[in-house]
Design a protein around this ligand. Structure first.
Ligand code: GUN
Length: 289
């Protein structure tokens, strides 16, 4: 292995410590405590783990949180009613609906029903539009924001002129990551399942962000020597009879050629949660004027 390991866990811990200091300072000034409302529908095991981690980090930083657990058979009207109440509650500053939702529920309608000022996921079309327009104050989706902080920890504050290739075109990661990189003056390419000779395009990247949800898809022949590789994937695979988490990047082979690489777990994942809390504080400050 020649690549530098990018320690997302350590960077997230530093970010959470900073958030905790800011929350403490608010408490001491007598201001209300920032509050995040999380809605979890059904029993999806991965979603339960993600939500538990988010609530735990809220507790660690002093951000108040409340989790609304709804039955998997809940009607859309009930979920929209809950969102309307949370939107109207001045003590709630951030709202997150954990995805995916059961199939009877229209995900787009639910995201559209969140007050854009409380949309700490940055998934509302108003926020996506503001990101597209280059608004520096918009709430940005947490995983792309975490990727940006990880990149700056390796490359310094300026990413100008870097050729950044995003593998995957999801609304949650691929598209917003590309827009954020563009805002930071990168030359941006998005590749996806229909791209011709995807490996050749990736080999031109100075920075490669991989978010496709396919275990170990990116191998060393996709990576330019010295490139920075961020692996967003979290895939559960069987290894010698045991379940194991691996990324979308074949870590062992890519680490031989990359300049720096994130591990899975312990890379992008912890930064995503830290950025959720950062967004909650940002939403709080905006609402408090
Ligand atoms: N499910 C997978 N990733 C995410 C995320 O970033 N936010 C929400 N709300 N749900 C998710």
């Amino acid at each position: 292995m020649q690549a530098t390991l990018i320690d997302g866990k350590a960077l997230a811990a530093a970010e959470l410590a900073q958030i905790k200091r800011e929350v403490n300072a608010l408490e001491e000034s007598g201001a209300p405590t920032p509050c995040l409302a999380v809605i979890l529908v059904g029993e999806d095991p991965a979603s339960q783990v993600y939500v538990r981690n988010k609530l735990l980090k809220c507790e660690q930083t002093g951000i108040r949180s409340h989790c609304y657990r709804l039955d998997s058979g809940v009607e859309q009207g009930e979920l929209l009613g809950l969102l309307a109440r949370l939107n109207a509650d001045p003590a709630v500053h951030g709202i997150l609906v954990q995805l995916p939702l059961p199939e009877q529920i229209d995900e787009a309608a639910v995201i559209a029903a969140i007050d854009p000022d409380k949309d700490v996921d940055g998934f509302h079309h108003e926020n996506m539009g503001r990101l597209l327009a280059g608004d520096p104050d918009v709430l940005v989706p947490c995983t792309p924001l975490g990727c940006l902080l990880l990149l700056k920890s390796v490359l310094g504050d300026s990413l100008a002129g870097q050729h950044l290739v995003v593998v995957g075109r999801s609304n949650i990661v691929g598209k917003p990551a590309a827009l954020l990189a563009l805002q930071h003056h990168c030359t941006v390419t998005i590749v996806h399942s229909r791209t011709q000779d995807i490996a050749a395009v990736c080999r031109r990247a100075d920075i490669l962000i991989v978010a496709v949800g396919r275990a170990r898809m990116v191998t060393e022949d996709w990576v330019k020597p010295g490139a920075v590789v961020l692996d967003v994937g979290i895939n559960r695979v069987e290894h010698e009879g045991r379940a194991r988490l691996v990324g979308d990047v074949d870590f062992d082979s890519v680490a031989k050629v990359a300049g720096a690489i994130t591990p899975v777990p312990g890379g992008v994942g912890p930064m995503t949660i830290a950025c959720l809390l950062r967004n909650t504080l940002q939403a709080y400050r905006h609402q408090r004027g």
